[in-house]
Design a protein around this ligand. Structure first.
Ligand code: AMP
Length: 250
């Protein structure tokens, strides 16, 4: 596995790469959810590129950005185990030569659900995905259904801008209590870990969104939304200062 720290190095390498390439963009602190994307890529492509970049422009909350876990040594071990061939570690300066003066905004879907609660998040995400996709020039790129609205917006971006890379959605990986794995779960306190399993248990029950929302509040979650749309039921809740999201087919 080759670690690449400069865009020039990657671009030189990409020029001579004759194999099919799968691309997995991440913000690091890798867990089995990320590993599943890398494994899907390794099955379907001759080579896999992983990127790790904590993208500041998609954080609507500075504390969340400052506290985002950084675990590079552990990430590289998991990447190697999961058959990544190249790991790109770009810097902000290299990825944003425009200092974020150019942005990709979507004006419909991105205004609802996550977008309504996280102003600017999807613009930052779409902008970095376009930059990274142009750099990767991959045949396929892999994204988790855990961030369902994100996946829909990336599919829309790809169609709107005629991106040649095929966008592949991968199923949510959960822990033994049904909680979707997330880098932010690492910050849960032992008490919050005891409470957290109520989220998937209540969210996946066959009740109306209003009933689910009321029960979650009763169990001590602060609910941003529980809503149905695009054939999915989606939810976002807070446990203390940790935000958890989930979705299932409705
Ligand atoms: P992140 O590092 O959180 O930006 O996530 C990078 C990619 O991994 C995104 O496409 C996520 O949707 C995906 N991902 C994160 N957690 C999971 C999970 N539990 N199951 C499947 N995919 C996931």
């Amino acid at each position: 596995m080759q670690i690449i720290k400069s865009l020039a190095e990657w671009q030189a390498l990409r020029k001579n790469l004759r194999h099919s390439l799968g691309f997995v963009p991440t913000m690091g602190n890798l867990h089995p959810g990320h590993a599943s994307l890398l494994q899907a890529s390794a099955r379907e492509n001759e080579c896999t590129l992983l990127s790790i970049f904590i993208n500041p422009t998609q954080f609507n909350n500075q504390d969340d950005f400052q506290n985002y876990p950084q675990t590079l040594a552990q990430d590289l071990a998991l990447a190697e185990e999961s058959k990544a061939d190249y790991v790109l570690l770009p810097t902000y300066e290299e990825l944003y030569p425009d200092n974020y003066h150019y942005q990709i905004s979507e004006l419909e879907l991105s205004q609802t659900l996550e977008g309504a609660f996280r102003p600017g998040h999807f613009t930052g995400m779409l902008t970095v995905v376009l930059k990274l996709s142009n750099l990767a020039e991959a045949q396929r790129a892999y994204f988790g259904e855990k961030d369902y609205q994100q996946l829909q917006l990336i599919r829309g971006l790809s169609q709107a801008f005629f991106i040649k890379t095929q966008i592949i959605g991968c199923p949510i990986i959960r822990n033994e209590f049904g909680l979707a794995l997330s880098s932010r779960n690492n910050r849960l306190t032992p008490e919050q870990w005891r409470q957290a399993p109520y989220f998937p248990a209540i969210f996946h029950s066959k009740q109306s969104c209003a009933e689910i929302s009321a029960q979650l509040e009763e169990k001590g979650f602060k609910v941003d939304y529980v809503e149905e749309g695009q054939g999915r039921r989606l939810a976002a809740v807070w446990l203390g200062d940790i935000r958890l999201i989930d979705n299932i087919s409705a």
